[in-house]
Design a protein around this ligand. Structure first.
Ligand code: GLU
Length: 473
């Protein structure tokens, strides 16, 4: 966290909201209702550590908006967790869901612990107790509030949550939909793990394919050969780096807590990940140069900078030294409003978090739908599609007297698996969202940046939902 920030994270979100609200025609009172956090639950509960001592754990769940049900958003485990942060993140979830047309209100949870300081058994006890507290207060359920992974949590924690919930709610037929990001064996969906990183890739690829945007930045069209710096090699950063590399971009630097590494010829995220696992550090990776501070990576010359860790890493102090042409906010809130002002002045395109990293919640939506429908994606149509494609192919071959080559044949015949459908639903959601936001921005030249355009889109959609509900007679 930066020390020179003038506003709290929640205040920053409110400032960005207010900046965008001026470009809408929405009643002031309704804007205030959209902006406010509806419910805040603060918890303190004890756990017994492995050494026998008792520790009091501080935790939160915030439901920012009930304009749609359930509320949705991850749970983070971090030393930095506080009420303001969880409120800010819950607000971003509301706007994020609206932008990608995912019919949920925003929510977020946090437990103030550094998971690396706890054993697996202790983490399980904390997660299960947290879930029990949510059940007690009616703050979790497939139609109430549905947590998911976030910073410091993953499918393991989600498995503990669903198991605790199911044991406290026997016979609830849709109980598996009480949390998303579960392992596939526990009702998860294939494609959730890489969803946020893949969504970031789809979103930025769409931006890079927009001739007017690339002309403004003086960059060639497309992802191929673009240079990238990724801060954070967690689930999101890792998958961003992977999809960009696989599509011809060059990841020239990677940063983690302990430092950053640079190689102008490009880095392979999996090799770096294995190196870090083996040595405990990203540094001294063969062929790469170590950078003195991890924040140095943010100031490197590159086409795309992807902050994929925590909030407030680019602020009024270091923003003027950023040399990237595009910033892709894979994390939530990595750039402060002061940084936005600097980027606007210098013509840097900042592609905002609450739309760009919406891939996670989009695929969470698909998982929740799977849980409610009790059927795996592709089960009904895979065989039918394959039979139909085989029939069409043989008709083509009979009518033309020619044979389709084996590789092409396999590709054409392939019926959709769950992962194919999830990836394609994600691609559709991200492309549509990018185009909607750009259309709003281009239609109103007074809108200063893409974040404001994204907020305008989100505010209009949430306001419409309130109107549809008719809650203000
Ligand atoms: N934690 C992720 C986010 O910030 C995913 C939330 C979800 O899947 O509900 O968007």
């Amino acid at each position: 966290m930066s020390t020179n920030q003038h506003y709290s994270f929640f205040q920053s979100v409110e400032r960005s909201f207010d900046k965008a609200a001026k470009f809408t025609n929405i009643n002031h009172g309704l804007l205030e209702q959209i902006k406010a956090c509806n419910s805040v639950l603060q918890m303190r509960f004890p756990i017994k550590r492995d050494d026998g001592t008792i520790e009091v754990i501080e935790a939160y769940r915030v439901q920012h908006s009930h304009h749609k049900a359930p509320c949705k958003g991850g749970i983070r485990f971090s030393d930095e967790v506080n009420q303001d942060e969880v409120m800010a993140l819950a607000s971003l979830m509301t706007y994020k869901c609206a932008i990608v047309n995912v019919p949920f209100g925003g929510g977020k949870g946090g437990i103030k612990i550094n998971p690396r300081n706890y054993s697996e058994y202790e983490l399980e006890k904390i997660t299960r107790r947290y879930t029990a507290e949510l059940v007690k207060k009616n703050f979790i359920g497939p139609g109430i509030d549905v947590p998911a992974p976030d910073y410091g949590t993953g499918s393991r924690e989600m498995a503990w949550i669903v198991d605790t919930y199911q044991s406290l709610k026997p016979g609830e037929i849709d109980a598996a939909g009480c949390v998303t990001g579960k392992p596939v064996s526990q009702g998860g969906v294939r494609g959730r793990t890489e969803a946020t990183g893949l969504g970031v890739f789809f979103g930025l690829r769409e931006v890079c394919n927009m001739p007017r945007q690339m002309a403004k930045l003086g960059l060639p069209l497309g992802v191929k050969d673009k240079t990238l710096v990724v801060q954070g090699l967690g689930n999101v950063g890792y998958h961003c780096a992977k999809f960009f590399r696989e599509n011809g971009a060059k990841v020239i630097a990677l940063a983690e807590y302990e430092g950053a590494i640079y190689n102008a010829d490009g880095l392979n995220e999996e090799e770096v990940f294995q190196h870090r696992k083996a040595t405990g550090s990203i540094l001294n990776f063969p062929g790469a140069t170590n950078l003195a501070k991890n924040t140095d990576a943010l100031e490197l010359e590159c086409d795309i900078l992807i902050p994929a860790a925590l909030e407030n890493v680019i602020n009024g102090e270091n923003a003027p030294r950023v040399k990237a042409k595009i910033i892709g906010e894979a994390a939530n809130g990595p750039c402060t409003p002061e940084a936005d002002e600097d980027f606007q002045k210098r013509g840097i395109l900042c592609v905002p978090d609450m739309y760009l990293n919406a891939g996670g919640v989009t695929v969470s939506y698909f998982e929740w739908l799977k849980n409610l429908s009790h059927v795996r994606y592709g089960r009904m149509e895979k065989r039918f599609t394959e039979n139909l494609n085989t029939h069409i192919l043989s008709q083509i071959e009979t009518l033309t007297g020619k044979t389709v080559e084996a590789g092409e044949r396999a590709f054409i015949m392939h019926g959709p698996e769950e992962v194919d459908l999830v990836h394609s639903g994600l691609e559709e959601s991200m492309i549509t969202a990018t185009r909607e936001i750009m259309a709003i921005w281009e239609a109103n030249p007074a809108i200063p940046d893409m974040r404001t355009a994204a907020y305008v889109n989100a505010i209009n959609k949430v306001a419409t939902s309130y109107g549809e509900l008719g809650i203000f007679p």
